[in-house]
Design a protein. Structure first.
Lengths: 423, 311, 291
């Protein structure tokens, strides 16, 4: 056995992959997607990918998606790879989707960390990256036309509602504010917007301002330290695992705050419920994520219809641990934008697809809210209102059997005044 | 010594380089090829340290990340030309290697775990929001230099050549042989009177340098990345698995380890994504259980069996 | 605030000692690095999730059942994996690869069967309300976990120092070849140690949802990193040094979290390096040099 022999055997493995696709007219529209089937990002990524599969299933059952470029309906085929939460593997696989599978539409994995490895690859191959939730401002620049953000507003625009609301705090009687956040891209950015707003207001005092590593999961000491600072209002930014731990710590110690804002409270409510901390969210505030707040739609299912349809599909496919929440909704949103774009694109050329997506801007309203693109491809439409979770009444938007939602900010959308201090 | 070195270069390094120089023209997933070269360098870099001095740094990725950030900071803060900044990335890793040199007093798993703690500490330092103006903190790095896949690939091949030449030289030089003797039998070597301490420091720093250089190339290619992407402990784990399984201390072993195991890894990822992690985990377990002495031992075992059959 | 941080540091330190002690026992006896240790803890958490929420068992029963089940699972796993390792030239290093593979398999299997979403267990299932401590409170689950951790560590002490099997185990730890020479049944003793290690991991897992807020299939590697730090500070292969290592780790983590929280991950790593530079084999290590 010579070395050359080994080399040949090993490199053969590289070529075992995937057939090339027929060019024109295609038998199907291929959509490439990555998901994290394992690792730290799996709990966010798996529901999103499940919703994409649900969407593709539904489209194909209805005879496919209408493609204007060919004047007929074509079935879609989802080609998905598991990137195991590894950014370097995600780079390989993105390249695989572009160069070997030659997909028509390239989706990134959820979260900014994973999207980062797809951005330069897509740009280099002049392939449009349909960015599902990777909202870091680092990805968008005027000289890169090969990216478009489908869901979430870009991280730098997201905190606008709450920063504006901060200026209203003194009129409620709030004088001191505590800020607790995880030091990850998405959460730290929002916290810094809040910090600026608090510091700009002479009537408010920032009495606690702490970043904690994103892998922090025991919050008891932190909750105690926040309580010791005696703030009138507490704003907490973390990922779902952090928030579950934060709410557990409050529950275990019987801590209550007069005003509590959480980043994910309304985003993954089902997850909070299965983790037994949903009751802790009573009287707290959160951005009214599309997972709770029903936007008026002019295309696709609305929130409630989607929740019912998706949960039924999840049950029939026996997907463990997949729940309806913002991530699932973002997967469906990607499908909706793809549908609309294919219906207006003149060809499957990548820049033609980009132009098609841009024609939707300002015209498309889905369950994720109004679809509004900035010229650099980032999303600016979905500025979410601030809501307070209250006991369910006729006047509130229902969250579940027990809780309802009051929209308290911005003023033009508000359905009620904030109840402060929390009862 | 000379002839052994030249033989290694001709039989292992040259064919490998030709292979990786030709592959981009017949296979178009260029990024996968680059990542192959990245892991080849990391495996051989680890081989420099473990194969010749017995130190197995679990935190080897720390040098890789230091190189990536050294490169990124030179390019973004000091506007250093990228090719020069790659060298700067190597220098950054070298500096970290020097700082960690006192760890060489430790042994075995203590050393491995201390280096792991060091790489974690470096990650948490770089990703800290207080250092946002310097490192980008949790918001990551965005490079504005031109993306140059051909150039980065060429640089990576250059770094691979340099690394493998170092390994080949150590395998046949007096210095390397003495180090290896000291690794396998410390008492005998100390009686031979060679300066083990300085020798170990030298291979440690060389090992840090090459990881930093390839980390810089990786950063250039990635262009937008977050701290956890270049300090991903997966790099350490894979480099260790590939090197040990291929055979540390040899030149061809780590190469075979990378080509086989990283090749299978990507092949499984593409052909059976839904069972990716499970299949790869089972594969690794099976390989260890059935070939406990690694790939390098298989030809030997076959040769033995052949002799038995003949006799 | 300082006193409270110190006190919670000690409570957490006790728990971290329990997290690390199983891995350390296995390393001390078999000289193998069990990278699947964190996944055993995760499996323990999953088992507890089911026992608490599904069957509604009381906590003491959950602890006892978890330990027993994982001890019994550990025995065949030992015979399946470890003896083959020792036929290799470098079992210590090879164990890294083997158990990395096992860790991947466990994580993948759990994700496939039970999904990736966060899971947690309401603390009220442990009973008891907030426990007052230095003018503030800690969750009852913390106090309970710290108590069980102490009990388990005491059990490890009794097992190693007060039983016949323990004497043989320590003989293997000190000198494997000599132990073999004086007729110790190495595989039997090692299998028991491996089983105990797995059982201890499972008990640590029972409290993981309470101490860590929630768990997912991917918490294995982070728990391995914590275990490494705890056992290296205290000394590899010295299960009782783990207690000291856990305390130091826990206190430094909680102090950082109180005073400089964004650097909370930095200090334990620096402490580890600092300790090793002063004492190259950990705080309770014997001064043995092989080179």
């Amino acid at each position: 056995m010579t070395i050359g022999c080994w080399l040949r055997a090993a490199t053969c493995l590289l070529f075992m992959s995937t057939p090339a696709l027929a060019a024109d007219p295609p038998a199907e529209i291929t959509i490439g997607a990555l998901y994290a089937g394992s690792g730290q990002l799996a709990s966010a990524s798996v529901p999103l990918h499940a919703a994409l599969q649900w969407w593709a299933d539904g489209v194909n059952k209805a005879g496919g998606v209408f493609v204007k470029a060919f004047g007929k309906k074509l079935p879609v085929r989802l080609i998905s790879y598991d990137d195991q939460s590894s950014p370097s593997l995600a780079g390989n696989l993105t390249n695989q989707l572009i160069t070997r599978d030659k997909v028509d539409i390239l989706l990134s994995d959820s979260t900014s960390v994973m999207t980062a490895s797809a951005v330069p690859v897509a740009r280099d191959h002049k392939q449009l990256l349909w960015d599902v939730t990777g909202s870091s401002p680092n990805f968008f620049s005027a000289d890169n036309p090969y990216i478009v953000l489908l869901g979430l507003a870009a991280t730098d625009r997201y905190p606008k509602t709450i920063a504006d609301f901060v200026s209203q705090m003194p009129s409620l009687g709030i004088k001191s504010v505590a800020l607790l956040y995880t030091t990850a891209d998405y959460t730290a950015f929002q916290a810094s917007a809040v910090r600026k707003a608090v510091q700009a207001n002479p009537a408010l005092k920032l009495v606690f301002d702490r970043g904690v590593p994103a892998n922090t999961t025991d919050y008891t000491l932190l909750v105690n330290n926040v309580a010791a600072a005696r703030p009138d209002a507490v704003l907490e930014y973390g990922y779902p695992a952090n928030e579950i731990a934060f709410l557990h710590a409050m529950q275990d110690n019987g801590t209550k705050f007069n005003f509590l804002f959480t980043a994910y409270g309304l985003t993954e409510m089902a997850l909070m419920r299965t983790n037994g901390v949903a009751d802790q969210l009573a009287d707290t505030y959160a951005l009214a994520s599309p997972a709770i707040y029903s936007f008026k739609v002019n295309y696709g299912l609305d929130r409630a219809q989607f929740e019912v349809a998706f949960e039924a599909w999840v049950r029939s496919h026996k997907l463990p641990g997949v729940e309806f929440g913002y991530n699932a909704l973002a997967g469906y949103q990607a499908g909706l934008v793809i549908e609309r774009a294919l219906a207006v694109a003149d060809s499957l050329d990548q820049l033609a697809l980009r132009r098609a997506v841009f024609t939707l801007s300002g015209n498309l309203r889905t369950l994720a809210g109004p679809f509004l693109l900035a010229p650099d491809g980032s999303q600016s439409g979905e500025i979410l209102p601030l809501g307070q979770i209250v006991p369910r009444k006729a006047s509130t938007t229902a969250i579940d059997d027990t809780y309802g939602l009051n929209i308290v900010w911005p003023a033009e959308l508000a359905t009620a005044k904030p109840i402060y201090p929390a009862p | 010594m000379r002839s052994g070195f030249l033989r290694d270069m001709a039989l292992v390094v040259a064919p490998l380089l030709v292979l990786f120089a030709v592959l981009p023209s017949v296979y178009d997933n260029g990024l996968l090829l680059l990542n192959f070269v990245v892991f080849l360098v990391l495996a051989q870099g680890l081989n420099l340290s473990y194969g010749f001095s017995g130190y197995l740094p679990f935190g080897y990725v720390g040098f890789f990340g230091a190189g990536a950030y050294g490169f990124a900071m030179l390019v973004t803060l000091a506007a250093v030309p990228p090719v020069l900044a790659v060298a700067g990335g190597g220098a950054a890793a070298l500096l970290v290697g020097l700082l960690l040199a006192p760890l060489l007093r430790l042994q075995g798993a203590y050393f491995g775990l201390a280096s792991l703690a060091a790489s974690e500490a470096l990650l948490h330092l770089i990703a800290n929001p207080n250092l946002q103006d310097v490192t980008g903190g949790p918001y990551g790095v965005k490079l504005t230099i031109p993306y140059a896949p051909r150039l980065t690939y060429g640089l990576a091949l250059g770094i691979l050549t340099f690394t493998m030449a170092l390994v080949a030289w150590l395998r046949h030089s007096r210095f390397g042989l003495q180090l290896k003797a000291a690794r396998d039998n410390p008492i005998a070597a100390s009686m031979a009177g060679i300066d083990i301490v300085r020798g170990r420091l030298a291979v440690w720093l060389a090992s840090a340098l090459v990881a930093g250089l390839i980390g810089a190339v990786f950063a250039w290619q990635a262009s937008t990345f977050f701290p956890e992407a270049v300090f991903d402990i997966g790099f350490s784990i894979f480099a260790i698995v590939f090197t040990l399984f291929g055979g540390a201390g040899t030149l061809a072993g780590p190469v075979l380890g990378v080509l086989l195991l990283y090749g299978l890894y990507n092949a499984i990822g593409v052909s059976a994504p839904q069972y990716f992690q499970l299949t790869y985990g089972l594969l690794i377990m099976a390989l260890v259980l059935f070939f406990p002495d690694g790939l390098a031992a298989i030809p030997r075992a076959w040769a033995r069996r052949g002799r038995l059959a003949d006799g | 605030m300082l006193a409270y941080a110190l006190a919670t540091g000690i409570i957490f330190g006790l728990y971290f000692a329990l997290v690390g002690v199983g891995m350390n026992l296995v390393f001390g006896v078999m000289r193998i690095v069990n990278l699947a240790h964190g996944d055993f803890i995760m499996l323990g958490a999953l088992g507890a999730f089911w026992l608490f929420r599904g069957l509604g068992l009381p906590p003491s029963a959950v602890v006892a059942i978890s330990f027993a089940v994982f001890f019994l699972l550990g025995l065949p796993l030992y015979y399946l994996l470890v003896p083959r390792l020792f036929r290799a030239a470098e079992p210590e290093m090879l164990s890294l690869i083997l158990f990395f593979g096992l860790s991947q398999v466990i994580e993948a299997a759990v994700a496939m069967l039970f999904g990736n979403a966060e899971r947690s267990i309401p603390s009220r299932l442990l009973g008891g309300g907030p426990v007052p401590l230095l003018g503030q409170t800690v969750p009852f689950a913390w106090a309970y976990a710290a108590g069980i951790s102490l009990l388990m560590l005491a059990g490890v002490y009794l097992y190693l120092y007060q039983s016949r099997i323990g004497r043989q185990t320590r003989a293997i730890m000190a000198q494997r070849e000599e132990a073999l020479a004086i007729g110790v049944d190495i595989h039997r003793i090692c299998a028991i140690a491996f089983g105990v290690g797995a059982g201890l991991a499972a008990v640590a897992g029972v409290f993981a949802p309470f101490m860590l807020g929630s768990f997912t299939p991917s918490i294995g590697i982070p728990l391995d990193l914590t275990s490494f730090a705890v056992i290296v500070i205290g000394s590899l292969g010295n299960p009782l040094g783990t207690l000291l290592g856990g305390m130091i780790f826990g206190v430094s983590l909680m102090l950082m979290r109180t005073y400089l929280s964004s650097f909370a991950d930095l200090l334990p790593n620096l402490v580890l390096i600092g300790v090793l530079l002063v004492r190259p084999t950990g705080l309770l290590g014997r001064a043995v040099r092989h080179a």
